[in-house]
Design a protein around this ligand. Structure first.
Ligand SMILES: Cc1cc2nc3c(=O)[nH]c(=O)nc-3n(C[C@H](O)[C@H](O)[C@H](O)COP(=O)(O)O)c2cc1C
Length: 208
């Protein structure tokens, strides 16, 4: 059932805009995919990504007017996964680092050192800086989620076309704290997706 062919997963990933509307994904499997996706790295391991899985008809109805020209994906996907970045992610630092110490992966002194070093800079970071941090980190998890989805036999479409200023509130989140990063539509593909091309590496790379 699992696809572990790395090249197939990477090179046959295409943005799918229409899904089989009869396919649902269990909460258990969704959590498993989120677990696998969040093995992604993040700045000082602060893991600022937060997920809202919109799979119910009520949730989809609420999302529909907020996603502009992406209604087809909303209507047919098994779920629309909203990824937010938590601007106060540092509130979980103690929990994160304590577990690392408990598991024996980090000595207590290193934890204290890291907490003393990074916490003030995170707590006092300018809003724009924090916005960048949580968006970079959450984007890495988002990409990993799309590849993980393919290992589970699903296809995805990353969606940036949505009402950024309304998404958090619509799903009962504090808009000052949770910044929307991306929405990922997920499900089983209906039809064959378009292929796309990429610029040659020589055109986008310099060696110094
Ligand atoms: C940040 C981001 C935002 C995107 N927003 C949309 C979107 O709003 N609607 C859509 O249909 N596709 C969206 N896409 C999909 C891109 O159009 C697609 O990834 C690109 O054309 C390359 O095609 P591929 O994903 O099939 O390789 C988005 C992709 C990214 C990475």
């Amino acid at each position: 059932m699992y696809n572990n062919d790395f090249k197939e997963i990477v090179f046959n990933r295409h943005s799918v805009k229409e899904f089989d509307p009869d396919v649902k994904i269990s909460q258990e499997e969704m959590l498993q995919m989120i677990k696998e996706a969040t093995a992604a790295p993040s700045s000082v391991n602060m893991q600022p990504w937060r997920f809202v899985v919109v799979a119910s008809p009520e949730g989809k109805k609420k999302l529909r007017p907020l996603i502009r020209f992406n209604t087809r994906q909303n209507d047919s996907s098994a779920a629309m996964v909203l990824i937010f970045g938590d601007m106060k992610c540092y509130e979980k630092a103690e929990e994160i680092y304590s577990e690392t110490v408990e598991k024996g992966f980090m000595p207590e002194e290193v934890k204290e050192e890291l907490m003393g070093m990074f916490m003030p800079s995170y707590e006092n970071a300018l809003k724009e800086k924090m916005n960048d941090i949580v968006k970079i980190d959450s984007s890495l998890a988002a990409m990993q989620f799309m590849l993980v989805a393919r290992t589970h036999g699903y296809e995805t479409n990353p969606i940036g076309g949505f009402e950024e200023d309304q998404l958090a509130e619509a799903f009962d989140l504090d808009p000052e704290r949770y910044v929307p990063v991306i929405i990922i539509a997920i499900g089983k593909a209906q039809g064959i997706p378009f292929k796309t091309t990429r610029l040659a590496p020589e055109k986008i790379t310099v060696f110094k």
